[in-house]
Design a protein around this ligand. Structure first.
Ligand code: ATP
Ligand code: MG
Length: 400
């Protein structure tokens, strides 16, 4: 039995009220862009569902692509048939016989959005259920946990039949939720924070602080490779590389050692916020997780966060390292993050940074240096790269 279309369910988009059409349009573009290698398909979007009409293209390959698209809750290979009871009986039979294995149970789930159809939901249940039971000796009904759930959806234009529901990636359509700057180090956490933000519809640009010659070209390559991985979601991703050596040297010379980390973070945040303004973003994302290291205690965050009013999004704040590592593995960034190259922060970080820095103290230490000027200079020397993905057949390939 050949399916002729794939029915896509939106999940959360359907709660978006008046903005719904914008979300649906973003999702439609994601789907179209990720299926460019199937020239015959047609994508039909309406306010509560989407169909990919196969027109002879390979449904299995298309299903694999759809699994990676954010904003899809679930989807089902389906067949469109005329609104005729005999027709429905016949096609349901073919559908079930193509997947039925001895000993399996089933149920029929009718949905009738058009009340003018000759059978009501009970009627559909009875007629189709009886027809299947008659034709498959040994087949049993199981209403709670059936192996095969035969969905029969009666709509005004036709009836849609499907027996399989495949879990989608969830989230919201790419670039449907506004722009934010991702502070991307070479570590494990920030790429995961970036991925989760992108999954939730944020349009992300990455910012990396780089301290040559203390950090090598290899460590820059590492960040470019991480950006490339994340770029698979959009097709390309902007990366801003900030020269940070001078500021770090001044901090090391002018600020007492146990406060250097606090000031360094504050400067990173100020610079990222400048870039955010220029790029018209509305938030900053970090890979911080509460209590993981000295800079991520609540006291540290309180002292560091003071430099800006911009929302700082911390998708990993309550996650344990083991959970973060699991996601890093799934999205294929763990191996890159584990490459042993030095990070600008680790090089300048003192042996025992303050875990409870105080704002008044930071203010005083910073007051002896004209950081404003240093920040301006660093911002002027930013190198902005447009990183495109290597792997055009990636599972996240939405090619926006
Ligand atoms: P990560 O694994 O993301 O490096 P971490 O556990 O090593 O995080 P920190 O080094 O304290 O933690 O960094 C906290 C957050 O600050 C990072 O998740 C990242 O968002 C940001 N950050 C740290 N170093 C840099 C850098 N060199 N460039 C850009 N952002 C950075
Ligand atoms: Mg780090």
């Amino acid at each position: 039995m050949k399916y002729d279309r794939i029915l896509i369910r939106y999940g959360e988009i359907s709660t978006k009220g008046r903005n719904r059409h914008k979300f649906v349009e973003k999702l439609r573009r994601s789907v179209v862009n990720s299926l460019t290698s199937f020239p015959n398909i047609k994508v039909e979007a309406s306010r509560d569902r989407m169909y990919v009409i196969l027109n002879g293209e390979d449904g299995k390959e298309i299903i694999e692509k759809l699994k990676g698209i954010f904003g899809i809750q679930s989807f089902s290979p389906a067949i469109k048939v005329e609104r005729d009871v005999e027709n429905i009986k016949q096609t349901t039979l073919e559908l079930v016989s193509s997947i039925f294995r001895a000993g399996q149970t089933f149920k029929v789930t009718p949905k009738r959005s058009d009340k003018t159809f000759e059978l009501d939901t009970d009627g559909i249940n009875r007629v189709i259920g009886a027809h299947l039971l008659k034709n498959f000796p040994g087949l049993k009904v199981n209403v709670k946990e059936p192996d095969i759930n035969v969905r029969i959806e009666v709509r005004q234009e036709a009836v849609y039949l499907s027996c399989e529901t495949i879990q989608g990636a969830g989230g919201l359509p790419v670039k449907s939720a506004g722009k934010a700057m991702l502070m991307l180090s070479g570590g494990i956490d920030s790429p995961v924070a970036g991925y989760l933000s992108m999954k939730r519809g944020l349009e992300v640009e990455a910012v990396h602080f780089f301290s040559p010659p203390y950090t090598s070209e290899r460590s820059k390559e590492k960040v470019i490779d991480l950006t490339k991985k994340l770029a698979e979601i959009y097709g390309s991703l902007t990366l801003h590389i900030v020269p940070f050596t001078e500021i770090q040297q001044v901090i090391k010379e002018q600020v007492p050692e146990n406060y250097t980390m606090t000031t360094m973070r504050r400067m990173m945040l100020r610079i990222t916020d400048e870039i955010r303004k220029q790029r018209e973003g509305l938030a900053i994302i970090t890979g911080e997780s509460l209590g993981q290291v000295a800079s991520q205690t609540l006291e540290s965050m309180y002292a560091i966060n003071e430099v800006t009013n911009t929302p700082i999004l911390r998708p990993l704040i309550s996650m344990d390292k083991t959970d973060i590592i699991k996601i890093a593995q799934e999205i294929d960034t763990l191996e890159i993050s584990n490459r042993p190259f030095e990070d600008c922060c680790t090089i300048f970080v003192p042996a025992s940074p303050k875990t409870k820095p105080r704002r008044e103290k930071v203010h005083r230490y910073e007051s002896f240096v004209d950081f404003e000027k240093l920040i301006e200079e660093a911002v002027q020397k930013i190198e902005t790269l447009n990183i495109t993905t290597d792997d055009l057949h990636s599972e996240f390939n939405a090619l926006f």
